[in-house]
Design a protein around this ligand. Structure first.
Ligand code: HEM
Length: 209
């Protein structure tokens, strides 16, 4: 009986590997969920206030900072400095003035997770977070406050994206989907913060009227 179960188990493993979906298809369902998150939709339609977008950028900075502790497949992928420049521009900071970022709880959860991964284990998160900026992000650039340096890459963008394409594996599906889950949670918390702020502002307005 044990042998039979063992045999079936091995057979299933073989089948799973052989029938593995291409990575892009394996993340399609959760990508669609992420795309439809209300905060993302508002960003896409150019409806975020400057403050809301700064809060979003702060989460991006916290994520990129964790990932970029290790070397990326291409030096032009590095985003931390670009995101920092965007925040500086939007907050109208003078040179030398520093910013203090307090990541949201969901971002801290993702950072904690990322910080426990090796350079190799982080690669599906590189795929997910950096191609996100290179694809959907390019459509965001025109609709967000400020000049959107986060979406600008120095050099040939095909070559830069190609450095991820060259190493990506279908076996990354579970980890890339996990990365999407973390991102979905962050987008959800961002929307909750926006709604709480709106309700508070309406409350203040009501009292003053
Ligand atoms: C309104 C929001 C979004 C839009 C409009 C959007 C749109 C797109 C589009 C058009 C592509 C290219 C698909 C193709 O090759 O035909 C793409 C790819 C991708 N997006 Fe998004 N996206 C959005 C949000 C996100 C988010 C939140 C993430 C993750 C944080 C993400 C991660 C990715 C990844 C990893 C790819 C590359 C998939 C692959 O080709 O392997 N996207 N997106």
């Amino acid at each position: 009986m044990t042998n039979f179960l063992c045999f079936r188990y091995n057979l299933n493993l073989y089948k799973t590997k052989k029938n593995m979906l291409p990575l892009k298809e394996a993340i399609a369902e959760k990508h669609s969920l992420a795309e439809k998150m209300p905060f993302n939709q508002r960003m896409f339609k150019g409806e975020l206030s400057k403050e809301e977008y700064i809060l979003y950028l702060s989460q991006q900075l916290a994520i990129f900072d964790s990932i970029e502790k290790d070397e990326l497949p291409h030096p032009s992928l590095n985003r931390s400095r670009k995101v920092y420049e965007d925040i500086k521009e939007l907050m109208e900071l003078e040179n030398g003035e520093s910013i203090h970022i307090k990541p949201l709880d969901t971002t801290n959860e993702y950072r904690k997770y990322l910080n426990g991964l090796s350079k190799e284990e982080k690669l599906p998160h590189v795929y997910l977070n950096y191609l996100a900026i290179m694809f959907g992000g390019q459509m965001m650039k025109a609709n967000v406050p400020g000049s959107g340096k986060m979406y600008e890459f120095e050099g040939d963008i095909r070559e830069i994206a190609g450095s991820i394409r060259a190493i990506q594996k279908d076996e990354w599906a579970d980890e890339a989907n996990k990365a999407l889950d973390f991102n979905i949670n962050i987008l959800d918390e961002l929307q909750n913060v926006s709604e709480s702020a709106r309700i508070e502002a309406e409350g203040d307005g009501g009292e003053g009227a």
